[in-house]
Design a protein around this ligand. Structure first.
Ligand code: CLF
Ligand code: SF4
Length: 530
């Protein structure tokens, strides 16, 4: 059996054979149609795997993902991850990366990481896990490539296994070195690996990767992308065969791989990818990247959503990625790394209390059960209402975690956005904004950009909101709603939606659809610039 790819205008190529994988000793049990983890086996189910729950997958898989904030959308409301920047070197060059900054595929560029030795990293992880019991995952995601620095990465894992045995270990890589290191990855019980795959056609790759460093030499052009592609596919297949849950990250680069990512989605599904995370290119001239300097733009929110929607039915999609820094600490979307700077760590008394961590997590499990019950009841009630059944609207939510509507409008740095229909409230993205409330007062100059960030939504659910933003939002057609303070998000969104449908039916409201034009006016780009 051979793995071949569509090379567009190039002659068909034959790539690495699975026989070669076998000759390295890996046991191959590839599923017939992707989904080695089994999550794609639910017939007729929409592809929104990252928000799946225990009923959608085998118990063994659920046990691996339930506390991982990236692999479970629901978990990201409750659990935190941290990254340690122990991997400075990289073995390829991406046109969206400038190594003076954090890795672009798992980081927000423009913020320099403090590089750590494995010993420093382990001390930091143990300190963070002692202070933040919801921190369940330790990832190595740069600032270069985790597997281009194997000794530092695996030394960190080895020490952590002894000192913080309950933490899940996670790796992000470009995949070039992956096939040679799968055995070692598995020896540390790593259940979660991310490969950044931006193409399955080397002709597309040539526009993204100027060179790779492989077998002691620098390789450029088409050959570089071809080798990278082969290694990525081989690595993905090997991980799938070992039962490692492998997520694929793709950077959406308009005009280069936007439509091509649909094919990437298909190909990685065939090879058993657990999730596909399509992320927008971040490309500003001041980052000094090739794309930034040549004017390559990133996608709008509408373009990103269009590609994600076109991939529905393929590999399950992750939509809650925050493109974290390589030294991020906290819930996705928050960064508590400053609380754990080296000088603070030096003065911290660290006691790793496993029982305390478990007790906290048991508490969260009860809360999640209550959330699931509330969500199911709200879905059943909503499905029974036969008014405007085909309506779908976007709703923004102000939350500071726990899966509840619990943040004041003025304190929001990130809105979560849900697509709400009679069937469900589906998380579809987030919008970053600057605080509207500064020092206790609303900053009126800031307000227009906050409103613009969510002007494709029909409502915004908040804990509390002042008179001025209430008026501005209403004028923009976004209904400010504070009556669901403290409630679970999905239930609150569906309850509001049903009330909205009732108002449409009674003639109290005339529904106006929000066109993509509103999003294009800057919701996403302004959010990224913030
Ligand atoms: Fe880190 Fe990546 Fe592991 Fe998560 S991040 S190594 S899988 S623990 Fe998560 Fe951050 Fe997105 Fe990455 S939100 S950038 S997908
Ligand atoms: Fe930069 Fe990461 Fe690409 Fe390496 S793999 S060049 S660190 S974005």
């Amino acid at each position: 059996m051979q793995t071949s790819v569509n090379t567009g205008s190039m002659p068909a190529k034959t790539y690495v054979s699975l026989g070669q994988i076998k000759s390295r000793g890996a046991k191959l049990e590839l599923p017939e149609v992707g989904g080695g983890c089994g999550t794609q086996g639910v017939a007729g189910k929409a592809s929104c795997g990252s928000s799946d729950g225990p009923a959608d997958m085998p118990q063994a898989i659920w046990d691996k993902v339930k506390n991982h904030p990236c692999y479970s959308e629901e978990a990201h409301h409750h659990f935190a991850r941290m990254h340690v920047a122990v991997a400075p070197a990289c073995n390829i060059q991406c046109n969206y990366c400038n190594r003076k900054y954090d890795c672009s595929n798992e980081s927000r560029p423009g913020v320099v990481s403090q590089k750590l030795t494995p010993e420093q990293a382990v001390r930091k992880v143990v300190a963070v896990a002692s202070e933040i019991p919801q921190m369940t995952v330790l990832g190595i995601a740069g600032p270069g490539d985790a597997l281009a620095n194997p000794k530092k990465t695996f030394d960190t894992f080895r020490m952590l296994q002894a000192q913080a045995p309950d933490l899940k270990l996670c790796i992000s890589t470009n995949g070039l070195a992956l096939p040679d290191l799968v055995d070692e990855i598995c020896s540390y019980n790593v259940d979660h690996v991310t490969i950044t795959i931006n193409m399955v056609n080397p002709a597309v790759g040539e526009k993204i990767y100027p060179w790779i460093f492989y077998n002691h030499r620098r390789i450029r052009g088409l050959e570089a992308s071809q080798i990278l592609h082969e290694r990525q596919m081989l690595g993905l297949e090997m991980l799938t065969a070992r039962g490692v849950l492998t997520k694929v990250n793709s950077v959406l680069i308009p005009g280069i791989n936007d439509q091509h990512l649909i094919e990437v989605n298909r190909e990685v599904k065939k090879r058993g990818a657990f999730l596909h995370n399509i992320m927008p290119l971040i490309s500003e001239p001041e980052h000094g990247t090739v794309f930034g300097l040549t004017g390559q733009r990133g996608p709008s929110a509408a373009e990103l959503k269009a590609v994600q929607d076109a991939c529905m039915g393929g590999a399950n999609l992750m939509r809650h990625c925050r493109q974290c820094r390589a030294d991020a600490v906290g819930l996705l979307g928050e960064d508590r790394s400053e609380e754990f700077s080296q000088d603070k760590l030096d003065n911290m008394l660290v006691v790793y209390d496993l029982e305390k961590r478990r007790a906290y997590q048991d508490q969260v499990a009860l809360e999640r059960q209550a959330q699931q019950t509330a969500k199911q009841q709200a879905q059943q009630a909503s499905a029974a209402i036969k008014i405007a059944d085909d309506l779908k609207v976007m709703v923004a939510v102000a939350t500071k975690g726990g899966g509840r509507v619990n943040e004041h409008f003025g304190h929001v740095t990130e809105f979560q956005v849900f697509e709400v229909s009679a069937e469900r409230a589906l998380f579809v993205g987030h919008r970053r904004v600057d605080h509207y409330c500064q020092g206790g007062y609303g900053d009126d100059d800031q307000l227009p950009s906050v409103v613009r960030a969510i002007n494709d939504c029909h409502a915004v659910l908040v804990a509390k909101i002042g008179a001025c933003p209430r008026d501005e939002l209403s004028a923009a057609g976004v209904e400010p709603v504070d009556r669901y303070f403290g409630e679970f998000i999905e239930k609150a969104a569906l309850d509001w939606f049903n009330d909205y449908r009732a108002r449409i039916a009674s003639g109290a409201v005339i529904h106006q659809s929000r066109g993509d034009a509103l999003i294009r006016q800057g919701a996403y780009t302004s959010a990224l610039a913030a």
